[in-house]
Design a protein around this ligand. Structure first.
Ligand code: NAD
Length: 273
């Protein structure tokens, strides 16, 4: 292979030979990121809830479309023990884990006084603590390899607040803090850790909020999208899972070796206010 062909191959499959794990990748943003990582040539381990037959179909489709190995861990991100097991079994099966994307997340919207305690606990566990457990478990292997990319899917709500989302906003601010600490502790080890802070991205998590908000405000779905959900988002469009996938691939690439500890808004200008 001549140098130009080799360079083109490296550009087309910049993550060939790498192993990536994306939590919460049976749906939405996580699945979009897993697709982008597979397209970039990485072996991918999926994780998340869902129907076994559908998850098996997703694995087969990704493997066939991109010619990469695609695994799956059913680990529940609320259980520290099963999170550690997921990292250990990924390392045992593949011998390495280069790219960790902490994406799994849930939402609940309620005023503080009525916020169910069990929802607070679940959101903090899944949206924040799970990233601590995965990061803690994976760092020794990344340090041994002298390479690692950790991408935390935070939110614009990791940078600013909205009412009625106490647990979500607290967890997302927390994961931005965890990102910075991880970046500082790993800065000399060839490891980077960054947070992506999306505004609204059209996924099942957002879809689930539209009807509830329409009822609460007594307005149509279209009005909810433009005037409620995208009220703070100046460009008035949802970001796509493909945009987030492409950004994750970039952050995982050699070109992003000096980018660490950032919380990068992908929010159409929301946090520029
Ligand atoms: P989604 O509901 O489509 O996907 C969530 C994923 O997390 C699914 O794969 C689900 O199975 C998984 N998950 C949920 N609970 C889990 C558990 N206990 N164990 C393992 N997996 C679990 O949601 P999404 O919109 O794709 O959100 C993904 C991430 O992006 C979340 O962290 C969310 O906070 C963040 N985010 C989303 C938006 C948006 O507008 N959609 C904006 C900013 C940030």
């Amino acid at each position: 292979m001549n140098i130009q062909a080799k360079a083109q191959g490296t550009m087309a499959r910049p993550l060939a030979g790498k192993v990536s794990l994306v939590t919460g990748s049976t749906s939405g943003i996580g699945l979009g990121i897993a697709r982008a990582l597979a397209e970039a040539g990485s072996t991918v381990v999926l994780n998340g809830l869902g129907v076994a037959a559908e998850i098996a179909r997703t694995r087969d489709q990704l493997a066939a479309e991109f010619g990469v190995e695609v695994g799956y861990s059913p680990a529940d991100m609320i259980q520290p023990g099963s999170i550690v097991e997921m990292i250990e079994s990924t390392l045992a099966s593949h011998g390495r884990l280069d790219v960790l994307v902490n994406n799994a997340g849930i939402q609940h919207v309620a005023p503080l006084e009525q916020f169910p305690v069990e929802k607070w606990d679940a959101i903090l566990a899944i949206n924040l603590s799970s990233a601590f457990h995965t990061t803690r478990a994976v760092l020794p292997a990344m340090r041994r390899n002298g390479f690692g990319r950790i991408v935390n899917i935070a939110s614009a709500h990791g940078l600013v607040a909205s009412p009625f989302k106490a647990a979500y906003v607290a967890a997302k601010h927390g994961i931005v803090g965890l990102t910075r600490v991880t970046a500082l502790e790993t800065a000399e080890a060839g490891i980077t850790c960054n947070a992506i802070c999306p505004g609204y991205v059209y996924t099942p998590l957002v879809e689930a909020q539209i009807d509830g908000q329409a009822k609460a405000h007594g307005i149509s779905r279209d009005q909810v999208i433009r005037d409620v959900l995208l009220a703070q988002q100046p460009n008035k469009r949802f970001a796509s899972v493909e945009e987030l996938g492409a950004l994750t691939v970039f952050l995982a690439s050699d070109a992003a070796a000096s980018i660490t500890g950032v919380a990068l808004p992908v929010d159409g200008g929301w946090t520029a206010h």
